[in-house]
Write a protein that binds this ligand. Structure first.
Ligand code: NDP
Length: 521
């Protein structure tokens, strides 16, 4: 809440006709002076996502003033060595402005840590105190856990024991901890991880990041639904036949074999990103645009999800694993021959799921959630399929079939909202055609755009939990998925449940659908 008070809401007058006479913008206050400590800073996430995001925030003048970024890991590196590594990472992802980089790099430091040694964490605490004095960062710290998940518990406890979670003894500075997905591997391990985090950190200090939530077009779902009067009255079972949520990738497992073999698609995509997209699409309107109220509504939605009938799983869940095939004109290998993957692996790389929500709004409306690797196209979108017209007055000339309306909320690659409807084809003949009314998200906007990690990091610096998971949401989603995972991972005919699909296709066969239900794209 303290952070929200820092946000200044301005009603900015604008002459742009499509925004109306007033466009409402929230202008973020500048974060407090602070130090961002990245634990596991020698790794992939830091190089590919975190450092580029922090540098872009700096270029757009969103970083705290002053700020420090302190990388920590076991690898031995000097400050200069860390800067060189990060500069190379930035050159790989960006066109680097050398002059700006030189100024930014002065605030990059590195400390070696040993995860098993309390002494090592106490040394880190001493260093951070010295840095606060030297750079004026005021004792405010974010600890970003960018290590393998197996180290989250130990690291959180060591930080606590070294006094780094304690806000009272910390020259009145704040202390926050950011945890990357996966939040456990099932319900029990998620609860266990949470207990360890809570040994030294309070809930308001914990930020469970899901960068999907910070994507502009994902955030826009709430604006679209709740800032327009015309869609909400038809956003229910009376008008909607089904909803498809798809997150497809063309990439395979890449360099993350160790992680992926343990996780598979259900833990990697469904327990977090897909459930968030489902919640934003289906939740009830909160009474206020405020972190806790939004998270309350998401939890209520998760509570209404009908548990999977594990005896009839094949009609609700399809699992697949990619075989070889062609992606972007190039031949690609099958999952089991990827480097680091077990040749007999039964890890799913595709899942299609039918989810039903037991509440008044959604009774009987199926939600099809589909996600997979090595699919035909990189695509993330939510498609709302409306019901057919109740009666076709054109049936004598055009037959009974009239294509129903569709609303597409495009997240990637097209950041758009598209509504399809029927019109008459020009000319003497009577025939209908489907046309689309398209809105491109960046239309008529030329200001800075924050990518997902930039937005999530900025919100964490500002102390805003809106885009982060709350533990009750994590646990309810695990309660839904854990029985499915147990069933899939322990059943005798596990290998028969896993269907092979060709790389570059749309996955294995579709779920059995009731009559009239649309398949995914
Ligand atoms: P890495 O596997 O690259 O590990 C990060 C660092 O942790 C390594 O550089 C290494 O540093 C240290 N480390 C690795 N294995 C061990 C070990 N067994 N014991 C102690 N230290 C070890 O992870 P990523 O950077 O890819 O990811 C970090 C976290 O973010 C993970 O939890 C991951 O699940 C999550 N994540 C990653 C994404 C990505 O795109 N990479 C996307 C979303 C989430 P050193 O040896 O120097 O100590």
């Amino acid at each position: 809440m303290d952070n929200l008070n820092k946000k200044l809401t301005v009603m900015a007058e604008t002459t742009t006709s499509d925004m109306g006479p007033f466009g409402s913008c929230i202008i973020e206050g500048k974060p407090d002076p602070s130090t961002i400590v990245i634990v596991g800073a020698s790794g992939d996430l830091t190089a590919r996502k975190l450092l580029p995001a922090l540098f872009n925030l700096y270029l757009n003048d969103y970083m705290p003033d002053p700020f420090l970024i302190v990388g920590c890991a076991r690898s031995k590196m000097s400050d200069e060595g860390f800067r060189k590594k990060m500069k190379k990472a930035l050159i790989d992802t960006n066109n680097l402005d050398n002059q700006k980089w030189e100024t930014f790099a002065k605030f990059l430091l590195y400390r070696v840590i040993d995860y098993k040694s309390l002494h090592s964490f106490k040394n880190l605490a001493d260093s951070l105190r010295d840095m606060d004095r030297e750079y004026g960062t005021g004792g405010n710290r974010i600890f970003y856990l960018s290590t393998p998940p197996s180290l989250y518990k130990t690291t959180a406890i060591m930080l606590g024991k070294a006094g780094l979670s304690n806000e009272k003894t910390n020259q009145n500075g704040w202390s926050r901890i950011v945890v990357e997905k996966p939040f456990g591997r099932n319900l029990n391990t998620a609860i266990d991880l949470d207990r360890s985090l809570h040994k030294y950190f309070h809930e308001n200090q914990i930020f469970r990041i899901d960068h999907y939530l910070a994507k502009e077009t994902v955030q826009n779902i709430l604006m679209f639904r709740f800032a327009n009067a015309i869609f909400e009255p038809i956003w229910n079972r009376q008008y909607i036949r089904q909803i498809n949520i798809i997150a497809a990738e063309t990439l395979g497992v890449e360099h993350r074999a160790g992680y992926y073999e343990q996780a598979g698609i259900l833990r990697d995509m469904f327990q977090n990103h897909m459930m968030q997209l489902l919640a934003l699409t289906a939740m009830e309107p909160p009474s206020m645009f405020e972190a806790e109220r939004i998270r309350d509504e998401k939890v209520k939605l998760y509570q209404a999800i009908r548990p999977f009938p594990t005896r009839d799983l094949q009609n609700y869940l399809i699992l697949g694993q990619y075989g070889s095939g062609i992606i972007d004109g190039k031949k690609v290998t099958d999952y089991r021959h990827e480097p680091g993957i077990n040749i007999n692996s039964l890890t799913p790389t595709f899942a299609g799921m039918k989810v039903l929500i037991d509440n008044w709004r959604w009774q009987g409306v199926p939600f099809y959630l589909t996600s997979g690797k090595r699919l035909s196209k990189k695509l993330t979108e939510i498609v709302i399929h409306f019901k057919d017209v109740p009666h076709s007055l054109f049936r004598q000339t055009l037959g009974e079939e009239i294509t129903a309306n569709q609303l597409i909320l495009g997240i990637y690659p097209d950041e758009k909202i598209s509504l399809t409807f029927q019109t008459k084809n020009p000319g003497a003949k009577l025939c209908l055609r489907s046309v689309a009314m398209d809105f491109q998200y960046h239309q008529n906007y030329s200001g800075p755009v924050l990518d997902a990690y930039e937005k999530a990091l900025l919100d964490c610096m500002l102390g805003d939990h809106m885009l982060f998971w709350r533990q009750d949401g994590v646990e309810i989603c695990w309660s839904f998925l854990t029985p499915i995972l147990d069933k899939c991972e322990t059943c005798q005919d596990r290998s028969r449940m896993l269907l092979s699909y060709e790389s570059g296709s749309w996955g294995p066969r579709l779920l059995k659908r009731s009559k009239g239900e649309e398949p995914p794209p």
